[in-house]
Design a protein around this ligand. Sequence first.
Ligand SMILES: C[S@@+](CC[C@H](N)C(=O)[O-])C[C@H]1O[C@@H](n2cnc3c(N)ncnc32)[C@H](O)[C@@H]1O
Ligand SMILES: [Zn+2]
Length: 438
Amino acid sequence: MGTPNWSNQTMWTGDNLPIMRGMNTASVDLIYLDPPFNSKHDYSAPIGSKAAGAAFKDTWDLSDVDLAWLLDFEKNHPDIVKIINATLVDSDKAYLIYMAPRLLEMRRILKSTGSIYLHCDPTMSHYLKLLMDAVFGRKNFRNEIVWCYTGPGNAKRWFPRKHDVILSYSKEDAWTFNVDSVRIPYNKLSYQHKHESNTGIGGKLTPDNMSRYLDAGKIPEDYWLEDRDKMSPVGRLLRERIGYPTQKPLALLDRIIKASSNEGDMILDPFCGCATACVSAHNHNRQWAGIDISSKAYTLVQERIETGGGMFYSLNQRFDIPARTDLGRLPRYNCKENKQKLYGEQDGNCNGCREHFKSVNLTVDHIIARKVGGTDHISNLQLLCGHCNSVKGSFGMEYLLWKLGSGSSHPYYKPGFPHYPSSGYVVEEEQRQVVESH
Ligand SMILES: C[S@@+](CC[C@H](N)C(=O)[O-])C[C@H]1O[C@@H](n2cnc3c(N)ncnc32)[C@H](O)[C@@H]1O
Ligand SMILES: [Zn+2]
């Protein structure tokens, strides 16, 4: 298993995709994510609240995402393309194209015993479950948890929508699950009934054993209730509320973290908002890291931990992309050995247009640019001909494939798409200078 290439209690400000690309493989024990839900709302915290200034957009269209990802999925993850094609409207497609590469990275950085909990709501949960099946494997599906709550609403033509959905998957077939740490009391009637009828696990029990068994409590079902489980939406939890839109209750994160991790484990929340998962991890002696595109997250977690009495901690704020340390000492990316090996692997063809060239006419190129988390490892290198190299220019490989592969006839292409350069893409030349200067 890998080890994290970042310190405990790190909070990144930035887009989580390049940051996760820079994280070591198999280095995280538990991931909780509560991404934008495609709710068609834009959120901002009330002026005057501690979270004022925090805002995020949750409306999607195809111009928001790198459509060229699709070409990468077509080549490497055909199941994901099937799921994206199953959506009926562009905003849902766009949302899944945005989520898919991030979920793939999350799978890579999870340890083999790790688990992931994806918090969403019925707007997209049906599509996200398909996407999770495609990324994590259907056999690794563990639970669809329904978090039920009440609250004001003015639905008159349908039943008020008052639940969220949390999809949990393990990475493989042996995973951490501390069932005894999250038991809850039996309800009165069931306790009494079991006591009187003396039916415990394994048949009849002595009165003493029966009492012990009942006192230990039961494993909560996959529906979590506001009153029984003390998981009110944060709007009503005055003690916790800091005004961050979509803030989640600590009790909900406490249950997930206690069940699916052990003390000392590394927990990651890549869409951490006001960092509820990080605060819960901190309170339960886990290591943690959070990422949020808004810089508010950093100030909020700092305040939350300090007010919670977390005196002995040092919070690291980072803006950079971590450099992976699990790839060994890498040779210069364009060294002769890499070139020869790639030439053999690609049968002497350019990786863009597929034309056959002499080795001297092909240049070594990064598939994912270094500035967005791509490494010098040979798995992230390829040979391109001069033409393809110049078409790709400042953009990602997805852009080149899109340009070469489909142009305006791509099924999702509409005038004005895609909008390049998108955040994170850098001029390849710039990258090379970075490499040169090292
Ligand atoms: C639903 S909120 C998370 C709320 C959080 N669970 C809490 O309890 O406060 C989603 C968060 O994702 C962040 N976000 C959106 N896109 C992101 C991206 N690409 N990378 C990192 N964070 C992102 C938003 O700024 C927002 O804070
Ligand atoms: Zn070419």
